[in-house]
Write a protein that binds this ligand. Structure first.
Ligand SMILES: Cc1cc2nc3c(=O)[nH]c(=O)nc-3n(C[C@H](O)[C@H](O)[C@H](O)COP(=O)(O)O)c2cc1C
Length: 354
């Protein structure tokens, strides 16, 4: 997993480039007005739940999505799928992401999801994992464009909200069909498209290739916002990809895990050309505590404590003694113990070494 490595000296700054190009694009998705060159938080299963979204929001994520939600699960009213529909006012604008293999079921789920009160509905046509893509959902639809078009139309018909899509370049290197996908889905009513610059077969290997994403943007028929996704893990890369590929905004996934400051750092750099100092130890502890508090209140003590464990290593990566702190946090059985250890970290004056 590629990660932002921004834990150098606390006061480090980088001089500004002489001239920064300006991008007054201010894209909107129907009535949802986004700022100049918006930064989107990627939908990530088992990661981008409300507690994680809260820490990304306070750091400047402009548009966020839920984890993907199985349409089959929603129809069965499975508790796990239903819980993922929870969205909160402070998260707006927020999209609910759906995936599935059956056109009618996806239509029904668009209606169910609308009742949960999101700002938009997103369809996942990019998930590469076997349990999804080999069962006719996610990236599988890239191999059946007529069905993808029918599914998208069904979702659009069943919600008054804007519908957006997230997909990949194509199924494999021989079928990089995302340019056709963009036109066909715009024609049936999607109002924004995010493209992860890899094929399904690539999974997460190699480097994301944004060239086709740039070509979609250059297509004079395309009038919806096009967001680029894949491998953005530093402010410099965000600026470079903005300049090279001309997208309307970027979506960030893995680099935000345990490092939600990526949003404020990218924003600041795009606006000023200056690198922000990385978060201090106090800020790291405070953000981790906020994440944990949200986790407890949304999931309850048992799941709240258990599911938070996967995040500690990321929050304290590079910190002197990180392994030991993490082991203690992961071993803590009750909330007070976690809060106590976080307090100890805060006063430890441990320095960031990595
Ligand atoms: C743990 C994890 C879970 C993911 N879950 C989803 C998902 O639910 N829906 C989706 O569209 N993409 C999902 N993705 C893909 C991301 O949204 C994103 O497209 C991908 O990570 C590339 O962006 P990045 O390089 O900024 O991480 C997931 C990725 C990861 C690492």
């Amino acid at each position: 997993m590629k990660r932002a490595r921004c834990f150098g000296k606390l006061s480090m700054t980088t001089p500004a480039p002489a001239v920064l190009p300006s991008y007054p694009t201010m894209p909107s998705i129907r009535h949802i007005q986004l700022p100049d060159f918006p930064l989107l938080l990627a939908p990530m299963e088992d990661v981008s739940d409300p507690p994680f979204r809260a820490v990304c929001k306070v750091n400047g994520a402009d548009l966020m999505y839920t984890e993907f939600i199985s349409s089959e699960g929603l129809i069965r009213a499975a508790a796990k799928s239903r819980q993922k529909l929870d969205v909160f006012d402070y998260e707006r604008p927020i999209g609910i992401q759906l995936f599935g293999s059956d056109v009618a079921t996806m239509g029904e789920c668009a209606a169910i999801s609308t009742e949960a009160g999101p700002d938009l509905i997103d369809i996942n046509y990019g998930c590469p994992v076997k349990q999804v893509a080999l069962r006719g959902a996610g990236a599988a639809l890239l191999r059946d464009i007529p069905k993808m078009v029918a599914m998208t139309a069904a979702v659009v018909r069943n919600t008054p909200l804007p519908v957006t899509v997230k997909t990949r370049l194509g199924w494999d290197d021989d079928t990089r069909n995302v340019e056709e996908v963009a036109e066909r889905l715009q024609d049936v009513g999607i109002e924004a498209l995010t493209v992860h610059g890899r094929t399904r077969v690539q999974l997460y290997k190699g480097e994301a290739d944004w060239r086709l994403i740039a070509k979609i943007k250059e297509n004079p028929r395309i009038r919806i916002p096009i967001f680029g996704n894949g491998d953005i893990d530093s402010p410099e890369k965000a600026a470079r990809y903005r300049d090279e590929y001309g997208v309307d905004g970027i979506m960030i996934g893995r680099a935000a895990i345990g490092y939600p400051w990526i949003f404020r750092e990218v924003k600041h750099y795009l606006a000023t050309g200056q690198k922000l100092a990385p978060p201090t130890l106090d800020e790291r502890v405070a953000m981790c505590r906020l994440h944990f508090e949200k986790s407890l209140s949304w999931k309850g003590p048992k799941a709240g404590i258990f599911e938070m464990r996967r995040h500690y290593a990321h929050y304290f990566r590079g910190l002197e003694g990180a392994k030991n702190w993490r082991a203690r946090l992961v071993g803590a059985e009750v909330g007070e113990e976690v809060f106590g250890i976080l307090e100890e970290i805060a006063v430890s004056e441990a320095v960031l070494v990595g």
